[in-house]
Every structure is written in structure tokens, then in C-alpha cells.
Design a protein around this ligand. Structure first.
Ligand SMILES: Cc1cc2nc3c(=O)[nH]c(=O)nc-3n(C[C@H](O)[C@H](O)[C@H](O)COP(=O)(O)OP(=O)(O)OC[C@H]3O[C@@H](n4cnc5c(N)ncnc54)[C@H](O)[C@@H]3O)c2cc1C
Length: 401
């Protein structure tokens, strides 16, 4: 059996190990910390479930197959979660005004039916410029900007349209994505079930093992974050390490709050906050309304950081409480008292998908037997990382058998 070493026991490393062992490789997985899951994890508190970072997966065939194999039942959102809000002088389900909507519909429909090719992002085009060219200034500020800020935490004036939106315009069979799913006991349950499966598949897991690739006599998949990858590969791939060192990484802070009393609640999936609306927060999720079994108490998860409010990672707990209550009062127009707060700072959480990032990926050349997995390689969400890892494992099988 061909041996493969996987470096990193976050989502990317675990799912890559899963697919590689199914393809017949003997897998050794090294994780630097004492626990597996990386950004993913769940804490069951007396007030309710708290996620450390990701709250759900976007459902797709590969995820359904994996859940089936792990014996897991996907937890679908509740009916209330259909409502999503964007703040524009108040919480709105549709933040554009009448004539803005009309202008957007006319321009976009014209392009869609009569000039579809011009929708394709051009070389070196930012998402902001793509939005102005194909949508409208208000749709860019109040739909596109907040929507992407909620996923990438980046600045659309610097983010690459080709990198982020390009795949939508590529030919070939498209994967179908079908809404958000999680698990009754949260994302941590997924990690636990996957780890159990890996051990039945014979994957050897080494915890507290900070790994550096010293030789490529056997294949290695390095599945660590963008900030960690250069030091892991510098000995065997100094040029690639130098290139990856240039990646800009963004800090993200996830704060889950339970209230003593919350007279007003965000009754839906959550809310996004356009940059010009005067908030520190990027988005607020309402786990109680998204999934059943998140209580007993009502909670909100506040996401800060990214390019918009990186300073929020330096705030103390009491400063965060104050900011959340002040912003909440502005959003909902009523005060509340915090009962319990859970703070997860991720100083190097996400790669910034800028034009420079696109160039880094284009210039990346890896030596034989070295492979990369992770959220800086063109896809950031869990389901897309999953499908990419599956493809990587089958490509490695073709190469090494
Ligand atoms: C607040 C937040 C919310 C998010 N919400 C969602 C969501 O709802 N849905 C979604 O699809 N995505 C979401 N994402 C994105 C998603 O969570 C990440 O893209 C994904 O978890 C990244 O996983 P990873 O394994 O690539 O990296 P990581 O989780 O960072 O894991 C990397 C692992 O490598 C280990 N490591 C580092 N160096 C070494 C070394 N030298 N040797 C061995 N091990 C090493 C680390 O300890 C870590 O365990 C969210 C991200 C954040 C920050």
C-alpha cells in the first residue's frame, strides 16, 4: 500500500485523509495541536450549543455521500431561517429602493439574456468593479458587498472577481448546492464521527505533532492554513513557500451571546451589515432560528474582524459586551442584558482573496510528491473544500498507482 503523509488535522486534512484512505493509500496524519478539527468545534453549554467558527455546510452530493458513510443525519434549517436580513437604515429583507431595484433588474436581465459573455469577470477586475459594470452601485454596496463580506470577510475593492465569481461562468457540469445543513449536536459531532471513521479505515493520527516536510521520497499533502504552510514546506519547496508567504490573512472573531432577556430578536437566519452603515459587526447569525436544538436559550453569533474591523480581536470581554449591546440597540431599537458570552478569536482565520492572491496562485509550482489542500487555494467554504479534496485523492491515485 502506498504511504501518504497528511499534515494538518483541520477540516481539509481530515477529509483529505478520508478520501485518500478510501483510494487505498496508507495514511499518516499529523496535527500540531492536542485536538482535531482546526477552526471547527462545538461546545455544549447550559444555555445552548456554541460553535467555535463554522455553523454549517452548504449541502451537496459529496457531503450527502460522506454523511451517509459516517451514519450522520443532516440537520436542515427550520422554516424561520428562510428570512435573511441586510441592514440599510434598518433591517430589510430587500435593501434596495424601488427605482434601484428596477434599474438593477433592467440592467442585469439585459446582460443575462443579450450579453451574457460580458458578465464574465475580466482579468484584474475587482469584485467592486464587476458589480458596478454588471449590477449597479446600490446593488454592489447593499447586496454583493455584504453577501461576500459574510463569507470572505474581505474588501470587495481589493478582492478578485475572477477568483471568487469566475467559477460561476466556467463551462462543464456544475455541482448543485442545496442550502445549509449541520448536525443535531453541531459541527464538533461531524469532526468526532469523521475521526472515528478514519481510525476504522486504518489512518494513523499523530496529535501534538508539529510537522515539517523534510523529504519528498513519499507523497505529502499539506493541509494547514495559509499562514502556516510556508514554514511546513520551506525545506522541500522554497520557491513555493516564498510565494505563499505573501498571502494576506484576515483575522475573524466569532462571539456567541446568550441574553438574560431579549425583548426583540433577529427572527431569521441572520443579518448582514454593509460597510457604510456604521457598524463594527460584519454579520449576526441567529442559531436558535436556524437550527432546532440550539437552545434552551436564545443566542446570536456576532462575527467581527476581516478588513472592516480587525481591531475587534484586541478588545477585552467587557469592551465586546459593550459594543455588542450598543450595536444591538441600534439594530433592534431595544436594550438587552447579556447572560453568557463565548468568544473565539481567530487571528489568522481566512485568506484575503485579492488580485494579488490570484497572482500568487497562478505562480505556484510544486515539486513532485507535494500536494496542498486548504481554504486559500480557490475555495473557502467547507463543501467546496470537500469536493476539492475528493478530486485531489483520485488524482493522486491515478498518479501513484
Ligand atoms: C468564524 C468563521 C466562520 C466560518 N463559517 C463557515 C460556515 O458556516 N460554513 C463554511 O463552509 N465555512 C465557514 N468558514 C470557513 C471554514 O471554517 C474554513 O475554511 C475551514 O474550516 C478551514 O479548514 P482547514 O482545515 O483548511 O484549516 P484549519 O481549520 O485552520 O486547520 C488547519 C490545521 O492544521 C494544523 N497545523 C498547522 N500547522 C501544522 C503543522 N506544522 N503540523 C501539523 N498540523 C499543523 C492546525 O493546528 C489546524 O488544526 C468559517 C470560518 C470562520 C473563521
Amino acid at each position: 500500500m502506498k504511504k501518504v503523509t497528511v499534515v494538518g488535522g483541520g477540516f481539509s486534512g481530515l477529509v483529505t485523509a478520508y478520501y485518500l484512505s478510501r483510494e487505498g493509500f496508507a495514511v499518516d496524519l499529523h496535527e500540531a495541536s492536542h485536538r482535531l478539527g482546526g477552526l471547527l468545534g462545538s461546545e455544549r453549554t447550559k444555555n445552548g450549543l456554541v460553535e467555535t467558527a463554522a455553523n454549517g455546510f452548504i449541502n451537496c452530493d459529496d457531503l450527502e455521500d460522506l454523511f451517509k458513510d459516517l451514519g450522520l443525519e443532516p440537520l436542515k434549517p427550520q422554516a424561520h431561517a428562510k428570512k435573511r436580513f441586510i441592514y440599510r437604515d434598518g433591517l430589510k429583507r430587500w435593501p434596495l429602493k424601488f427605482f434601484e431595484s428596477l434599474g438593477l433588474a433592467t440592467k442585469f436581465l439585459f446582460k443575462l439574456f443579450l450579453a451574457k459573455k460580458s458578465l464574465r469577470p475580466t482579468n484584474q477586475e475587482t469584485i467592486f468593479n464587476w458589480g458596478l459594470r454588471n449590477l449597479s452601485p446600490s446593488a454592489t454596496d447593499y447586496l454583493l458587498g455584504p453577501g461576500l463580506q459574510g463569507i470572505y470577510a474581505g474588501d470587495i475593492r481589493r478582492m478578485s472577481a475572477e477568483l471568487v465569481l469566475g467559477p460561476l461562468f466556467q463551462g462543464g457540469k456544475k455541482k448543485k448546492y442545496r442550502g445549509t445543513v449541520s448536525l443535531a449536536n453541531g459541527m464538533g459531532d461531524f469532526v468526532m464521527s469523521l475521526v472515528q471513521k478514519l481510525s476504522t479505515q486504518g489512518v494513523k493520527i499523530h496529535l501534538n505533532s508539529k510537522y515539517k516536510v523534510e523529504s519528498l521520497s513519499e507523497p505529502h499533502v499539506v493541509a494547514v492554513s495559509a499562514s502556516a504552510v510556508p514554514s511546513v514546506i520551506e525545506k522541500v519547496a522554497p520557491q513555493a513557500a516564498a510565494e505563499l508567504q505573501k498571502i494576506e490573512v484576515l483575522p475573524v472573531l466569532s462571539v456567541t451571546v446568550f441574553y438574560k432577556e431579549a425583548p426583540k430578536k433577529i427572527e431569521g437566519f441572520g443579518a448582514l451589515f454593509p460597510a457604510d452603515q456604521g457598524f463594527k459587526v460584519l454579520g449576526v447569525l441567529s442559531p436558535t432560528y436556524i437550527f432546532a436544538n440550539r437552545g434552551p436559550e436564545y443566542s446570536e453569533t456576532w462575527i467581527f474582524g476581516g478588513t472592516h474591523s480587525p481591531e475587534m480581536l484586541l478588545k477585552s470581554e467587557s469592551e465586546l459586551r459593550e459594543i455588542i449591546l450598543a450595536e444591538r440597540a441600534k439594530i433592534l431599537g431595544s436594550s438587552a442584558e447579556i447572560k453568557d458570552i463565548h468568544i473565539y478569536p481567530w487571528p489568522k482565520a481566512l485568506p484575503h482573496y485579492t488580485l494579488a492572491h490570484q497572482e500568487i496562485l497562478k505562480n505556484l509550482h510544486l515539486p513532485q510528491n507535494l500536494y496542498l489542500a486548504g481554504n486559500y487555494l480557490g475555495v473557502i467554504g467547507l463543501s467546496k473544500i470537500l469536493s476539492r479534496s475528493k478530486e485531489l485523492a483520485s488524482q493522486m491515485k491515478r498518479t501513484h498507482s
